[in-house]
Design a protein. Structure first.
Length: 148
């Protein structure tokens, strides 16, 4: 293996490690968010808004990292390994759909000074969780191929 190839492999491993770390943080915050107690009326005095704000930011960072770390080379057409490029092209539309769901959730619940958490919050969070689970399964296929 050439020095350039070794450096490239090391860079890929480091990028994947960073991505998986961000994903783990996002999943931890998802679980914390799922544990939010919804009370009647105002949420002042509890940390609901803080938790939800932090989750929204982290899930957006995670989605962005996926696009920059995993898909950028595929989208730009610079991925030379045909098996990876083909797999990514196949998976990307389904991953893009989960991105749309993340953005919709963020638009609805990313609150700066007052959250409007209504009866649909639990359903929205559950739908987001299902989308993230599917996304992670697809990403893992791509990560496996990248590390092969």
């Amino acid at each position: 293996m050439s020095d350039k190839s070794k450096r490239n492999t090391k860079q890929i491993k480091e990028m994947i490690e960073k991505f998986v770390t961000e994903r783990t943080e996002m999943l931890s915050l998802y679980m914390h968010t799922a544990g939010i107690k919804l009370y009647e009326g105002d949420h002042e005095g509890d940390n609901t808004e803080k938790v939800l704000q932090e989750f929204c930011q982290v899930v957006l960072d995670y989605v962005a990292a996926g696009h920059f770390i995993l898909y950028d080379r595929i989208i730009n057409g610079t991925e030379r390994r045909k098996n990876i490029a083909d797999l990514a092209r196949n998976l990307y539309p389904r991953i893009a759909e989960s991105t749309r769901l993340v953005l919709n959730f963020n638009d609805k619940y990313n609150c700066e000074d007052h959250c409007q958490i209504d009866d649909s919050f639990r359903e929205d969070l559950s739908s987001l969780g299902e989308a993230l689970t599917g996304r992670i399964e697809l990403e893992d296929q791509l990560l496996h191929e990248l590390l092969s």
